[in-house]
Write a protein that binds this ligand. Structure first.
Ligand SMILES: NC(=O)c1ccc[n+]([C@@H]2O[C@H](COP(=O)([O-])OP(=O)(O)OC[C@H]3O[C@@H](n4cnc5c(N)ncnc54)[C@H](O)[C@@H]3O)[C@@H](O)[C@H]2O)c1
Length: 376
């Protein structure tokens, strides 16, 4: 029987689709998953069965050309995003696209043209903005709770074994070998994970002025970098930020994700448990109650039930935006929903980091020249 639920198509039925997209559309009373697509038969069939999906396409073009589908989630590997976004936009479908939204600025500019010309909604899937803890930081920074910001340091590590030593490690199976070995990715760990925090840092502190990076490929079995240190300066303030990422670190298997934000009146310390777990992020604020008192600590934890997961809030915002509804039920202002321009800005910082390593210099934004790093 026909109904008026929004008809969704999901491209790529791997990790992120099964954690952050399919189960949320499946549970929503506003959407119906009309079709899934994946060239890998086992993933395709599994998704179709788990979420009771009527259509399963092996070829992504068939889903993108299906006239019944009104909106798509693009969860395929990085290199497939641009072509799929352009085809979806030309067919009038709204788009939620995983990060990195593309591999370079030439293809991203083509994506922007297609999205603008066809007047479709495009949301970049940088879901950390929707994490209650990160939204709390945004609101507190806005209210100057820790005064003027001086500096932020982010440390985010995953402990990935060397492929040469243990190629069948469970974690590598879970995250996909292509991430570490496929040259089509256009980069390694930084293009994969950098867009998340570059997005948050811009959202919190404003546009980036310059980028200086030291990037390494520690394990030669990988196609691209696995350890990066990036130093950012901002256009409208003298804030600096350090972003350190590694897949070459020795530690707990799902790694560590820590941040420090230093202000003139206090410091925030945040600790984010493994992204897909339901454990809440903790945020500690250190400050002095008056000029002579000792340092006080206030700790906040955030609810992280299924509804409050960043992915659920991200997708609910996407649906609300398409349906022209206010985003009040999510509690996230519509103007903060990450756009295609935010997706482009996050990618630009990644590419500027590569250019900084290649030229061993500080790169001013907007990025004028970019040549990929070669690791042979
Ligand atoms: N936002 C996040 O937190 C987050 C987390 C993980 C991954 N991602 C992003 O999502 C994308 C997918 O990552 P993943 O971890 O789910 O990878 P994955 O390997 O687990 O899944 C990717 C799926 O896409 C399929 N696929 C391959 N080529 C395709 C194509 N041309 N069209 C459609 N499907 C295709 C694969 O068979 C696989 O099933 C990547 O761009 C990644 O950066 C984002």
């Amino acid at each position: 029987m026909p109904n008026n639920k929004l008809k969704i198509g999901v491209l790529g039925c791997g990790t992120v689709a099964n954690i952050g997209h399919l189960p949320i559309y499946h549970k929503s009373s506003l959407t119906e998953i009309e079709a899934v697509s994946d060239p890998l038969e086992s993933h395709l069939k599994q998704a179709q069965k788990l979420y009771n999906v009527p259509k399963a396409y092996k070829k992504p073009e068939d889903l993108l050309d299906d006239p019944n589908i009104e909106a798509v989630s693009i969860c395929s590997p990085h290199w497939a995003h641009a072509e799929q976004v352009i085809r979806a936009a030309r067919n009038g479908k709204h788009i939620l696209c995983e990060k990195p939204i593309g591999l370079n600025l030439v293809e991203v500019n083509k994506m922007i043209k297609a999205v603008e010309k066809n007047n479709v909604i495009f949301q970049t899937a940088t879901q950390k903005r929707f994490d209650l803890g990160f939204q709390f930081i945004k609101e507190k920074i806005f209210k100057k709770e820790i005064g003027d910001i001086i500096q932020a340091s982010i440390y985010w590590y995953h402990s990935m074994p060397d492929l040469g030593l243990n190629p069948r490690n469970d974690l590598i199976q879970e995250v996909g070998l292509w991430r570490l070995t496929d040259e089509k990715c256009g980069g390694g760990d930084l293009i994969d994970h950098g867009p998340h925090y570059f997005d948050l840092l811009r959202w919190w502190f404003g546009e980036i002025k310059s980028v200086s990076a030291q990037i390494r490929r520690v394990h030669k079995t990988r196609a691209y970098e696995d350890h990066s240190t990036v130093l950012l300066s901002f256009k409208k303030s003298d804030i600096t930020a350090i972003f350190e990422r590694s897949e070459a670190y020795f530690g707990s298997v799902y790694g560590e994700e820590l941040g420090r934000i230093h202000g003139t009146k206090g410091t925030y310390f945040f600790d984010v448990p493994h992204e897909y777990s339901l454990k809440p992020m903790t945020l500690k604020k250190h400050f002095r109650r008056n000029k002579t008192s000792k340092i006080s600590e206030v700790e906040t934890t955030f609810p992280k039930d299924r509804w409050n997961l960043s992915y659920a809030r991200e997708i609910r915002s996407f649906i609300n935006n398409i349906l022209g509804r206010s985003n009040e039920d999510v509690g996230f202002p519509q103007e903060w929903i990450p756009t295609i321009y935010d997706g482009k800005a996050g990618l630009e910082i990644v590419l500027a980091s590569y250019e900084s390593q290649r030229t061993q210099s500080t790169i001013q934004l907007p990025l004028k020249e970019y040549r990929p790093l070669v690791w042979h």
